[in-house]
Design a protein around this ligand. Structure first.
Ligand code: ZN
Length: 238
């Protein structure tokens, strides 16, 4: 009997723990339903040695210390779901120009594309051209650049582990792994082998390898992980 009571108590505790866990899982979802409430429109200039990081969605990030800007990814177009699934599309130049202008992206020294799926690299060629930056990426990303008219001296192939310096920023590229994909998009590691020109179907933007970034700034380190997977031990030396 005592055992039964004990089991019953354990069951109740389990149920309570499950409910608590479920509540915590639901809470962020409820928040994301109202995601626009979290938008800010801060185009202010970083001051007093601050490093400002602006998030443009997916993993497009602008790092700015008022002297030097770095861009992680380059995805400013927002094609509709229908366009993504069926149409051949091109960079939304009006949207990209507006962001480049509003965020005063005239000091972008380098653009690092985390991988070559469209939601990371669709606009990198146009943005590299407009900002006069240098595009760093995988073979696939560089073929997106070539298809967009970039010249070889505007692009550099990733060298994982190498430190690149831009102003006070240091950037190290790390090999990583894409989050698990479903069967329709299961082309992990598949390369874009030839220059990819627009208009193009978003499904032509193969992953081409995934990368993380370590950003050094003075004595601070920022770790950027654009896709939710990892290679075991990759951070052991950092
Ligand atoms: Zn992806």
């Amino acid at each position: 009997m005592l055992l039964a009571i004990s089991c019953k108590k354990q069951e109740t505790e389990k149920e309570e723990a499950f409910q608590k866990n479920a509540d915590s899982l639901i809470a962020p979802f409820e928040l994301t339903n109202n995601y626009k409430a979290f938008f800010t429109d801060d185009t202010s200039f970083p001051e007093n040695g601050e490093v400002k990081v602006t998030f443009f969605g997916v993993s497009t990030l602008l790092l700015d210390d008022s002297e030097t800007q770095l861009l992680i990814d380059g995805f400013f177009s927002r094609p509709s779901k229908n366009e993504v699934m069926t149409a051949k599309i091109s960079t939304d130049k009006i949207a990209a120009d507006s962001i480049i202008s509003r965020f005063k992206m005239d000091r972008v020294k380098a653009i690092f594309a985390a991988h070559s799926h469209y939601d990371h690299a669709f606009d990198v060629a146009y943005v590299t051209q407009k900002t006069n930056a240098e595009l760093f990426g995988s073979l696939s990303t560089l073929n997106i650049g070539r298809g967009g008219g970039l010249k070889e001296d505007q692009m550099s192939l990733f060298v994982p582990g190498k430190l690149h310096n831009f102003g006070k920023f240091g950037v190290i590229v790390l090999e990583s792994k894409h989050s698990p994909m479903d069967s329709k998009t299961n082309h992990e590691g598949k390369e874009i082998l030839f220059p990819l020109s627009q208009p193009a179907n978003t499904l032509e933007y193969f992953e081409g390898g995934s990368y993380d970034f370590i950003i050094r700034y003075n004595n601070k380190t920022i770790y950027i992980k654009p896709s939710a997977n990892y290679i075991k031990g990759m951070l052991n030396t950092f």
